[in-house]
Design a protein around this ligand. Structure first.
Ligand code: KIV
Ligand code: ZN
Length: 527
């Protein structure tokens, strides 16, 4: 037992509340479907976070169904659903988290700052308190475990914030969360604000204080660390720091800071299984389509790479000269079990199970066929390739048109020839473009008879090596409507791009609503 473990005291445990599937998913372009959210939730359970905020059930029927599915299937962490202080929100959240039984939490929030009171809510202080108390009381009729967040707390007058907190605790809130909604706080003020609440809010010692920091000034982790030093015992964060605007407090950075600098944060600890960090980061990056910057702390590709000769020399002599954390502590093993075309169904299935994928017999057969096709093109198939294969099966992309043939010639006049199949019919055409990808997109638009505006396009290698799968991630809008998002992977990046574009065209033509549809945007806009 290490000295740190010996000192573990439950009063110093910092609860990790993961909001990757709620606040993280609000990041434009990062929306995930139900199967993808379930997959992330399974991984969060393996990461041993304490609470999973699974979504905002009122935002859309899809969000509701995803929260309900997670509450039904995931064992271990508590499952929370978000609600405004509105009856319809609380009913939706209460119903969605119900399957989690005594691990169900309803998280209600209402803005408290003067700026929000005056311009957004147009309500006086007394009315805010009345609505907050009513919201907590209503939530209590569904669950015992109710969390209240005074939105924009860091810009709220401390005296009024203390009054609101006291009132919701009196009404039965078991957790009070202090959000820095717009990432305005600085550690020197945010830490003492928590200390102030601990001193001035009657009943606060009987509840858990959480903090929820946004990263607009790049201070989300620093503010969260300051808060736990002043008595907060829950930190709300997301994998890879995913989230609105500049994102939320990054889970991996907060957890590893507390662990690596146990000397500075003496006695404070989390129950996170840090060796699952790397895998969680990869999975969230792949499923959300949000690429992790190479030099991102803890999970970036360069985080443990020592390039300079002086550093390499020091590392060879003694690792601790330049390494403050061991890569294996965050789950980077250096050796990854790889599969190849001679791997049988058994090894394939076992590896998928290790990655947390639960596939039915038929799904497994289809994924195995995709794996064999990939292994024919690529020498080694890595974990990330398997995630990409299974993810394509999870995309739930409705198919009106299926890509049957694609040929692209580059050179002075890049030209694409495309054949798509719709039911029994097939359609073929050719078009030129500014480049091979543009030519493929224009031809797809001609054969499908619809054109879109490309808002975002990114391509990233799923694994290392020249034969790596390339994953294209696109956001496209049609007739200035809400953006449609889709991804596709292939060892040929033009084919990956064309398939992703066709997925967007299909989604638009079949009228499927992405998670960020208008109703959801309206509800989410209030967060
Ligand atoms: O940033 C914020 O204030 C939120 C609340 C709903 C907690 O996300
Ligand atoms: Zn937030």
């Amino acid at each position: 037992m290490s000295t740190n473990e010996a000192k573990r005291d439950d009063r110093n445990r910092v609860v990790i509340f993961d909001t990757t599937l709620r606040d993280g998913e609000q990041c434009p372009g990062a929306s995930m479907n139900r199967a993808e959210k379930l997959q992330v939730a399974r991984q969060l359970a393996r990461l041993k976070v304490d609470i999973i905020e699974a979504g905002f059930p009122i935002a859309s029927p899809d969000d509701f169904a995803a929260v309900q599915a997670i509450a039904s299937e995931i064992e271990g962490p508590r499952i929370a659903g978000l609600a405004r202080c509105l009856e319809k929100d609380i009913v939706a959240a209460g119903e969605a988290v119900k399957p989690a039984g005594d691990r169900a939490r309803v998280h209600v929030f209402l803005a408290t700052s003067a700026i929000h009171r005056q311009y957004k809510l147009r309500k006086a202080e007394a009315e805010i308190i009345r609505l907050a108390v009513e919201g907590v009381r209503q939530a209590k009729t569904y669950v015992d475990d109710v969390q209240f967040s005074p939105e924009d707390a860091s810009r709220t007058e401390p005296e009024f914030l203390a009054e609101v907190c006291a009132a919701v605790i009196e009404a039965g809130a078991t957790t009070v969360n202090i959000p820095d909604t717009v990432g305005y706080a600085v550690p020197e003020q945010f830490g003492p604000l928590i200390g102030y609440l601990k001193q001035h809010v009657p009943g606060i010692d009987g509840v858990t204080i959480h903090v929820h920091c946004h990263n607009d000034l790049g201070l989300a982790v620093a503010n969260s660390l300051a808060a736990v030093q002043h008595g907060a015992r829950g930190v709300e964060c997301t994998v890879n720091g995913l989230g609105e605007r500049a994102g939320n407090c990054s889970l991996e950075e907060f957890v590893m800071a507390l662990r690596t600098r146990a000397d500075a944060y003496e006695g404070l600890w989390t129950g996170v299984e840090s060796r699952e960090i790397h895998r969680s980061s990869r999975l969230v990056s792949q499923l959300s389509g949000m690429v992790v910057q190479r030099n991102k702390a803890i999970v970036g590709a360069n985080a443990f790479a020592h390039e300079s000769g002086i550093h390499q020399d020091g590392m060879l002599k003694e690792r601790s000269t330049y390494e403050i954390m061991r890569p294996e502590d965050v789950g980077i093993s250096g050796t990854e079990l790889v599969l190849g075309k001679h791997s049988g169904r058994h090894a394939f299935k076992a590896q998928l199970a290790k990655l947390g994928f639960v596939l039915s017999g038929e799904e497994l057969e289809r994924a195995y066929a995709d794996f064999i096709a990939l292994a024919d093109k690529k020498k080694s198939v890595y974990d990330d390739d398997l995630v990409a294969i299974v993810q394509e099966r999870m995309e739930e992309t409705p198919e009106m048109y299926r890509l049957d043939y694609l040929h692209v010639s580059t050179g002075t006049v890049p030209t694409a020839t495309v054949r798509v199949v719709k039911g029994e019919e097939s359609f073929q055409d050719a078009a030129t473009g500014d480049g091979p990808v543009d030519a493929a997109f224009r031809t797809l638009e001609r054969v499908c008879g619809v054109s879109g505006r490309l808002l975002d396009y990114s391509i990233q290698a799923v694994t290392k090596g020249k034969d790596a799968l390339g994953e294209a991630s696109l956001r496209v809008s049609f007739d200035d409507g809400p953006a449609v998002h889709a991804k596709a992977a292939s060892t040929d990046i033009i084919e990956a791009s064309a398939k992703a574009y066709l997925n967007c065209l299909n989604r638009h033509l079949l009228g499927s609503k992405p998670a960020g549809d208008a109703a959801a945007a309206e509800a989410k806009g209030a967060v």
